[in-house]
Ligand binder design. Structure first.
Ligand SMILES: Nc1nc2c(c(=O)[nH]1)N[C@H]1C(S)=C(S)[C@@H](COP(=O)(O)OP(=O)(O)OC[C@H]3O[C@@H](n4cnc5c(=O)[nH]c(N)nc54)[C@H](O)[C@@H]3O)O[C@H]1N2
Ligand SMILES: Nc1nc2c(c(=O)[nH]1)N[C@H]1C(S)=C(S)[C@@H](COP(=O)(O)OP(=O)(O)OC[C@H]3O[C@@H](n4cnc5c(=O)[nH]c(N)nc54)[C@H](O)[C@@H]3O)O[C@H]1N2
Ligand SMILES: [Mo]
Length: 791
């Protein structure tokens, strides 16, 4: 896909309706603050000297509990969270639960997340009667979500500009009518945000395929698409192969492109335990993030009281953005050199028995000079050699990574280079070693396993068809960037979102908003009010659903749902709380209701699926490999692990071997010295598009999100002082420009030539067509920008 797009500096007033206060976007727009509570207090930036987690975390949690009026029941819910058998799975991140004698492995952000869902505040039909959509569009995103839980299905009335109540049956009928009116099922898209349970996922994709399309975009098109494609090509699996046992056994951990303290806080426990046992931990990140130095184990109340910290690093390498592939290749080069005097440096037996292409890889590495590797990595040769030495001296190594690796042009090549390096020392398919991507949403991995895939494998569709008696479409569907384009080209007319906040999460906010507004119908299944309800199609529905903490009572009794964590563990999650409103339906029931209305001739027993989720799991057991005996295994106290063939050295690639990749070394240095490489990331106090506050504790920032972190030398070269207003202009691959005005420049310890700021505010800078040709992932960590003092 390529497109010529015009300059983004459009006249004021051209902002799509519903977008509301997108701070500083247009030159003549009044400055209205960003997402998050608009504060009149002064912002500040201090050095953060305290360890990650600990009492700062406890205080921050306390504030969220207070604002949501949930101090008592919030605390009780935490005790149930991640509790084997009786509890519910934390709806936060996908880090696995530590169930070895530790009932509570909770973290600050998990608690905030749960409390946010359990708020006492409600958005009911009276609320919508009082506030028009045009009015709501002027509210900040924090204000929208902070109104509390949605309670009743609502439909947009264009005559009054209000959302009005609608019965569930009428809502399902409206969806069915609009879908049936399409010229082709491919004119509809069905988005998933990664919280949807396995059971709901399975019926969702079944409905969509029975209807006749593979248009199943999901949030992982924006996070780990690159990891999935790379691991599939190299190892024959789309996932990491490690579990917590491996983390407990390894001698070295390489942590690449993840902000663990904020985004996977329970990883801090694993990091600190690893260092305590003497394992080496190498952090590879342009920023030295909080969890990369010292931490307090999140669950360790005694350590918190004594302020006892533990170290979490051996080595910190501040790599150039996108320079990871060069660093990894440099490590391989050092290993080959070391092998001349230490035959143990390379595991030749493993290479001979289990891999293909290692000789070619060796030649490629030999042909790349140290000077070029060091320049592209943005690190000295000595630093690269130091990392290689840690790797050489470790018997068992794990490489773990997240968005800092995947949201780049060469994300697939970089993940494959990680596997190359692991293979060189036989670190595949044995205890304490292997690739271990950090997944995002709590069930994003389960979504893929259970069929959310716009490019499904033929064998999966064959089994689905055979077991469910349908005829699935074989044509690949559209992904996230694909549907945005299709909306503009009038090829996509209905958008259904199972969770999430597509308008803000997707790249190119304005372009995405315009696309959504061109749709005939947009349907959002949600728990909280968000921007995607206000930037809607000609017709629009808000369908409120139960949250994971709430009791899901169906005809056969209370239901549990299952999720798969980042280490392939599948567990049952049972909510116990009274639902936020008696009118809520479970996601599974909503999907089955839509399916029944849409597919009246269907032989699929949608009603039975709603009455008893065991009936869904029964079918899943027959369709999905590794799900045999699903109903009994999921009820085992700690759930079960889906078999990972590469863990047993069974590589399901075409050759049956680990496939070495031979990617050319990418040039990641902008030709023009004025151009900075900007990454968009999360603050400590947010969950994707949900902003809890304007603070970013570990980076020392208070009351400010409309900021750009810059290197001191880059600032002075541009005549920019600490806290000055700057204008940021991004140049997309197609040459089009997008700007943000009056952001504050803050000095930060990051490599020269790089910059950082927050998603989702900065998504307006990402051209929709700026995605990797390897993974189709938007380049959210690699924007080419110019930063100048504000005009
Ligand atoms: N509290 C909280 N937890 C979350 C989320 C949340 O929003 N809030 N989101 C969840 C989701 S959906 C996801 S996908 C994950 C995201 O988890 P992360 O990947 O940690 O998310 P980001 O905040 O985008 O941080 C990216 C990190 O990569 C680094 N980085 C950027 N560019 C490069 C590079 O070129 N090379 C290297 N080596 N590093 C680089 C950045 O400095 C930063 O530390 O977290 C999940 N957990
Ligand atoms: N620039 C930039 N953009 C990014 C990223 C980046 O690093 N940089 N990261 C990308 C990544 S990794 C991801 S995963 C996406 C996130 O994209 P999404 O998953 O689409 O966004 P979220 O902010 O997680 O969605 C929040 C909304 O989900 C709804 N919700 C919460 N709980 C539930 C539930 O239990 N059920 C249902 N049905 N709805 C619920 C609420 O209404 C809430 O408003 O953003 C992507 N966008
Ligand atoms: Mo994600």
């Amino acid at each position: 896909m390529s497109a010529q797009r015009s300059n983004r500096d459009e006249a004021p007033g051209a902002l799509p309706a519903g977008l509301g206060p997108v701070a500083g976007l247009l030159p003549a727009m009044p400055r209205q603050g960003g997402y998050g509570p608009v504060s009149t207090r002064d912002w500040s930036q201090l050095d953060y000297h305290h360890p990650a987690a600990g009492w700062g975390a406890a205080m921050s949690v306390g504030k969220v509990l207070l604002t949501q009026g949930e101090v008592v029941s919030g605390s009780l819910a935490m005790i149930k969270m991640n509790h084997p058998v009786k509890g519910f799975d934390c709806p936060g991140c996908a880090w696995p639960d530590d169930n070895k004698g530790l009932m509570l492995d909770i973290c600050e952000n998990g608690i905030k997340h749960v409390t946010w869902e359990m708020t006492r505040k409600r958005v009911d039909p009276q609320f919508f009667a009082k506030h028009s959509v045009t009015e709501l569009a002027t509210w900040t995103d924090f204000e929208l979500e902070n109104q509390g839980r949605l309670t009743y299905p609502m439909v947009y009335n264009a005559d009054t500009d209000h959302y009005e109540p609608i019965s569930w049956d009428a809502a399902f009928e409206l969806v069915a009518e609009e879908l049936r009116a399409l010229a082709s099922p491919n004119q509809a898209a069905f988005y998933t945000s990664g919280r949807l349970s396995n059971e709901a996922t399975f019926v969702y994709q079944l409905m969509v395929r029975e209807f006749g399309t593979n248009n199943l975009p999901d949030c992982s098109n924006m996070c780990h698409e690159a990891s999935g494609r790379a691991l599939q090509a190299s190892l024959g699996t789309g996932k990491g192969t490690c579990d917590l046992d491996d983390w407990e056994e390894c001698d070295a951990l390489f942590i690449m492109g993840v902000n663990a303290a904020s985004n996977a806080p329970r990883m801090l426990t694993a990091l600190s335990e690893a260092t305590k046992r003497g394992a080496a931990v190498v952090h590879i990140n342009p920023l030295v993030e909080a969890g990369a130095t010292r931490t307090i184990v999140p669950h360790d109340i005694v350590d918190m009281a004594l302020f006892k910290t533990s170290s979490t690093s051996t080595l910190n390498l501040q790599v150039r953005p996108g320079g990871d592939l060069a660093l990894l290749r440099g490590m391989a080069k050092a290993l080959y050199e070391a092998a001349e005097s230490d035959p143990g440096a390379i595991d030749q037996d493993f290479l001979d028995a289990y891999t293909s292409g290692s000789a070619e890889y060796r030649e490629l590495v030999a042909a790349t000079s140290w000077a070029e590797l060091s320049r592209q990595a943005g690190l000295g040769e000595a630093e690269i050699r130091q990392a290689a030495e840690v790797y050489r001296q470790s018997d068992k190594s794990i490489f773990s990574w997240c968005l800092g690796i995947t949201q780049h042009e060469h994300g697939v090549d970089t993940v494959r280079e990680i596997v190359n390096l692991l293979a060189l020392r036989g670190n595949l398919g044995r205890l304490g070693a292997g690739p271990s991507p950090v997944r995002g949403h709590s069930n994003v991995q389960g979504n893929r396993t259970c069929g959310i895939d716009h490019r499904p494998a033929g064998e999966f569709l064959d089994r689905l068809d055979a077991v469910c008696g349908i005829t699935s479409p074989r044509e690949p569907g559209l992904d996230t960037v694909g549907i945005i384009k299709a909306m503009h080209d009038d090829e996509l007319k209905v958008f259904v979102g199972l969770g999430g906040n597509f308008v803000l999460a997707a790249p190119d906010t304005i372009y995405t908003a315009r696309g959504m507004q061109k749709c005939e119908l947009t349907v959002q299944v949600s728990t909280k009010l968000n921007r995607s309800h206000l930037v809607h199609g000609k017709k629009a529905l808000i369908l409120p659903c139960l949250g994971r903490t709430e009791e899901d009572l169906q005809a056969s009794g209370p239901q549990g749902v299952s999720c798969e964590d980042a280490m392939s563990m599948v567990q049952l999650s049972v909510g116990r709380r009274k639902p936020a409103s008696p009118h809520l339906l479970s996601e599974t029931a909503i999907i089955n209701g839509m399916a029944r209305a849409l597919l009246p001739q269907s032989a699929t027993p949608w009603e039975s699926y709603t009455e008893d989720y065991d009936a869904i799991r029964e079918v899943m057991a027959r369709v999905l490999p590794g799900f045999e005996d699903y109903n009994s295994r999921v009820r085992e106290p700690l759930g079960f692990r889906i078999a990972q063939p590469p863990r047993e050295r069974e590589f399901q690639t075409p050759s049956g071997l680990v496939e070495f990749s031979q990617a050319p070394l990418p040039d990641v240095i902008p030709a023009d010295a004025e151009v900075l490489v900007l990454q968009t990331m999360r603050s400590h106090d947010q969950w994707n598009t949900t902003i809890y506050s304007d603070n970013d504790r570990y980076r020392g920032v208070k009351n400010l999100r409309e900021l750009i972190f810059l290197n001191k030398a880059d600032m002075s070269e541009r005549g920019i002082g600490q806290g000055d207003f700057v204008d940021i202009t991004a140049t997309a691959k197609d040459g089009s420009l997008r700007s943000l005005r009056k952001y504050r420049a803050l000095e930060y310890n990051l490599p020269r030539g790089s910059a950082a700021g927050y998603m989702p505010e900065m998504n307006v800078l990402i051209g929709w067509s700026d995605y990797s040709t390897q993974s189709d992932q938007p380049l959210m960590k690699n924007l080419k920008v110019r930063v100048v003092p504000a005009q």
